[in-house]
Design a binder for this molecule. Structure first.
Ligand SMILES: Cc1ncc(COP(=O)(O)O)c(C=O)c1O
Length: 405
């Protein structure tokens, strides 16, 4: 227990996406200022609408979703998920390998609690999305960060991963497409990571929440399809691809050798039974959503909102002196780099606060993603392109004479 009477399990838990800079933005809004909040990947908050297919499925099936359902999720929905992931090359899946959860977020908590013991280590990417680090802390385990290399399109560095494996390492996390970098990992890199997992008998956790939001003709590869011999848990959901973050609709797929998969599934089943079932209304729409990839695809091609918003943001940013970036190939995040010398930045949270105060513009500093350099920040490219254009121009204007004190 800490001095405040709160469990010390929470001491290391943080969420800067909704952290101190965000709190300051809320305070400014409450005081009557109009703040453009580019902090969360929440498409519906920026005028994106859920597809008609999803809306229809919801209204059609509503009455069927008032009872508790199977603790793993409704059979029809799990069947659709099974077929989706089989289509992505994962072999030998059975219905009981699929668990529907209240978002990927709940699934990650369940797997970390079930798989990691006190003192175990898990290899997480840096920069990283804080959910994974937080769930690791709550499980009493230790996150160990491997580097993704900006100079290599933000791909993970397999040598760095290898150098960080210890006798306590239990799993490697892959997030592709990635938050916050928007990188889509190549098959070669995936295979190198899998080889390390194979050498050391590690599980692979694969967070694929952005796998349907890929641009530029690329494809998101599922590591489980390349590693049928390894225990793999694949996480996915509808929050982003079908604009239903609020539904809390995610799932996990367990694959790999039965002797490894079944004990973990059994442990996760215990946790699922404690919460009876996940939101049944949200589960209703899964088959319709997975049969409707078109509404997602439309946003990602020239003329589509996500594509055009990215292009506009990048076209303004590339003219700002002191900023460089790797263009995202998926999702709606960009993780630009600031020239630290030029701007004298020693505290990136202060940079974010200074920008917020000067331009009413909220971004998240890189320290919120476990990035040590104090020299990056994340932009969420979800507002309409003209709003983004003007926000990036404001950023350029702010940086034209910025020097941190
Ligand atoms: C990489 C990643 N995983 C998981 C989540 C959470 O997904 P869900 O809404 O399904 O809980 C997010 C949300 O931003 C994310 O970026």
């Amino acid at each position: 227990m800490t001095n405040s009477g709160i469990s010390d399990k929470l001491t290391l838990v943080h969420s800067d996406i909704r952290g101190p800079v965000y709190e300051e933005a809320l305070r400014m809004q409450n005081a009557g200022k109009k703040v453009l909040k580019l902090n969360t990947g929440n498409p519906a908050a920026f005028g994106f609408a859920m597809p008609e297919s999803v809306k229809e499925a919801l209204t059609r099936g509503m009455d069927g979703a008032v009872a508790y359902c199977d603790l793993r999720g409704m059979p029809e929905s799990r069947r659709a998920i099974l077929s989706y992931h089989t289509g992505k090359g994962i072999k030998d899946l059975e219905m009981d390998d699929i668990f529907i959860t209240n978002g990927v977020s709940e699934g990650v908590q369940m797997v970390c609690l079930s798989y990691l013991s006190y003192g175990d280590e898990i290899l997480l990417p840096s920069p990283n999305y804080s959910l994974w680090e937080n769930c690791t802390h709550l499980a009493g385990a230790k996150p160990v960060f491997y580097q993704c290399r900006e100079e290599n399109q933000w791909m993970p560095d397999p040598e760095d991963i290898r150098s960080k494996v210890t006798a306590k390492t239990r799993a490697i996390l892959i997030i592709s497409p990635n938050n916050p970098t928007g990188a889509v990992y190549s098959k070669e890199v995936m295979e190198e990571i899998i080889a390390i997992a194979r050498e050391h008998d590690l599980a692979i956790f694969s967070d694929e929440i952005y796998d349907r939001l890929v641009m530029d003709g690329l494809k998101a590869i599922s590591p489980a399809s390349l590693a049928p011999d390894l225990l793999t848990v694949t996480f996915n959901g509808l929050s982003k691809s079908h604009i239903v973050c609020g539904f809390r609709c995610g799932w996990m797929v367990f694959s790999g050798p039965k002797e490894k998969r079944l004990p973990l599934e059994e442990a996760v089943t215990k946790l699922c039974s404690m919460r009876l079932c996940s939101n049944a209304l949200a589960q209703l729409v899964v088959p319709a959503a997975l049969e409707d990839p078109e509404s997602t695809r439309e946003m990602l091609v020239p003329g589509g909102r996500l594509y055009e918003q990215r292009e506009t943001t990048c076209s303004v940013l590339e003219k700002i002196e002191g900023i460089s970036f790797v263009k995202n190939r998926a999702a709606f995040y960009l993780f630009p780099k600031l020239d630290k010398e030029r701007f004298g930045i020693h505290n990136d949270q202060q940079f974010a606060l200074d920008l917020l105060h000067a331009k009413n513009l909220l971004i998240i500093p890189s320290s919120g993603f476990g990035w040590k350099g104090n020299d990056h920040f994340r932009i969420v490219m979800l507002p309409e392109k003209e709003v983004l254009r003007s926000a990036m121009e404001d950023l350029g204007d702010f940086l034209s004479d910025y020097k941190q004190k």
